[in-house]
Design a protein around this ligand. Structure first.
Ligand code: FAD
Length: 459
């Protein structure tokens, strides 16, 4: 069946009473409706349905099943391989379901909220929900896969803070997940990806926080070993209130950086202290002031400011390709690989990220949530990003070569939200007991595999 016929059949299955806006192939707005964050993605759904309520989501799920076509669910559209949009099927878009309210220690967020919706509503109440570092990212995909950001070592991952949810299941029911409702489903939503239904409302535990300390250090690539060793050594003993990232890339124009360094390979440490500000000054100085960086800065700022400071570095529309894995250690081999990658980085938007894990997120029992790799020491994320498709192959080759260079210290296991389209890695994303339990829940709630998630759980 071609897209025209599928679109017409979906319209008929939805019926006249279906109030949500729908766009099918060939209609005005179709190309905008199928777009995702990654400009290299070019999928052609038969229909995009902009659902506004859980009942509309349920009707859309049932229509896709009736017509017998693939179904995908789009929150913020940031999954790098564009898996939230399907070819020749129905894409449920949740972008209008983005209302957020704060009720004491719980923030309720619509399933299509972006992080900026959550952060803005929380800021009014002086609280935060730990999440990612770019505010145009969707809460849905991020929270269901894990959620690392500026506060995970202090307050846990985003998924650790899901305390309840409203979910539309594969048979069109609208159910609640929670410790008192369906605790197994709640467990699965904490890291199991979009495999169990459409989350139309997240209930998220929040934490009092208004201002943070932001710190940044920049080292020239010739000093990369010193900079990275300093990062590794210092983060090993720093309090949990510090979350940080070590980035190797071509230097963007940063205040205080000598102009001759801009555009040259550098290593940057970016860090946020989310505890008591006075208590954070000494550890922040230790992390970004010591080790003889080229420049260093430490600034107090509102949490919402730190959450948006990277937005323009990762805009919609560029081509992107990522590869990611956990690292057991960052030793001389890793440093050699980083230096080589830094010296061959193919463009100003590509970068290698290393995150020191642990803290509060690392202390959670690996069986307590579907996100199970609690003892991983580091995440390696290699980001290839380009504005001109002519250089796409060079970026992709650099990402793959760099990934391989980390083989001696790299695990096959990876963080689901940084993977490309890599369904074969399901068994490394989830250790065997976790996968077995996810499978049981999948068999109960979605025996026909209507929802595929980034990394599908097979029944
Ligand atoms: P989408 O592409 O919309 O969805 C991805 C998948 O999630 C869908 O296929 C679907 O299976 C599922 N899904 C989404 N919403 C729902 C829902 N409501 N109900 C059911 N299933 C749903 N990750 C981090 O951990 N920390 C970061 O700091 C971070 N920063 C990022 C910055 C950028 C610029 C980008 C592109 C990605 C970043 N990521 C980060 C990765 C991010 O977590 C994933 O890309 C995630 O998939 C984004 O969620 P989304 O809703 O935008 O994705």
């Amino acid at each position: 069946m071609n897209n025209d016929r599928i679109g017409a059949r979906l319209r008929s299955a939805l019926g006249h009473a279906f109030g949500a806006e729908t766009v099918i192939a060939g209609e005005a707005g179709y190309d905008d409706a199928r777009r995702v964050w990654n400009g290299a993605v070019d999928r052609h759904p038969a229909m995009v349905a902009f659902c506004r309520t859980s009942s509309e989501v349920a009707a859309a799920v049932l229509a896709a099943r009736e017509v017998g076509v693939p179904l995908s669910v789009r929150g913020g559209g940031h999954q790098v391989a564009g898996l939230s949009v399907c070819d020749n099927g129905l894409t449920i878009d949740l972008s209008t379901m983005c209302a957020v309210s704060v009720d004491g220690g719980i923030s309720h967020a619509g399933g299509g909220s972006l992080l900026r919706h959550v952060d803005t509503a929380n800021a009014q109440a002086g609280v935060v929900v730990p999440a990612g570092v770019v505010s145009h990212t969707g809460l849905g995909g991020l929270a269901l896969g894990g959620g690392f950001g500026w506060t995970f070592r202090n307050f846990g991952l985003t998924c650790d803070n899901i305390v309840g949810a409203e979910v539309v299941t594969a048979d069109g029911r609208i159910v609640q997940a929670g410790e008192q409702d369906d605790a197994d489903l709640l467990w699965a939503l904490r890291g199991g990806g979009g495999n169990f239904g459409v989350v139309t409302r997240f209930d998220l535990g929040n934490h009092p926080l208004r201002d943070v300390l932001f710190g940044q250090a920049v080292f020239a690539v010739d000093d990369l070993p010193r900079g990275v060793e300093h990062y590794v050594r210092t983060m090993a003993t720093i309090p949990d209130a510090m979350s940080s990232i070590c980035i190797t890339r071509l230097a963007p124009p940063i205040p205080g950086l000598p102009p001759e360094v801009v555009g040259r390979p550098v290593v940057m440490i970016d860090a946020v202290w989310s505890g008591d500000i006075d208590a954070g000054e000494e550890p922040m100085r230790r992390l970004v002031g010591d080790g003889k960086p080229l420049t260093t800065r430490i600034t107090r700022m509102p949490y919402t400011a730190v959450q948006t400071m990277q937005d323009d570095l990762h805009p919609h529309g560029r081509g992107n390709y990522n590869k990611s894995r956990y690292l057991t250690t960052v030793d001389d081999t890793a440093i050699k690989a980083l230096r080589e990658a830094g010296n061959t980085v193919p463009g100003p938007h590509s970068q290698i990220e290393i995150l020191r894990l642990g803290g509060a997120a690392g202390r959670i029992d690996p069986n307590a949530t579907a996100f199970a790799h609690r003892d991983a020491a580091y995440i390696l994320n290699i980001v290839g990003a380009w504005t001109d498709n002519i250089v796409a192959d060079a970026h992709i080759a650099w990402v793959r070569d760099t990934y391989k260079a980390f083989d001696p210290v790299g695990s096959d296991a990876g963080y689901i939200n940084f993977l490309d389209a890599e369904p074969d890695r399901a068994h490394s994303v989830y250790p065997e007991p976790t996968y077995a339990r996810l499978r049981e829940i999948k068999r109960r709630l979605d025996p026909d595999s209507v929802f595929r998630g980034n990394v599908p759980i097979t029944v």
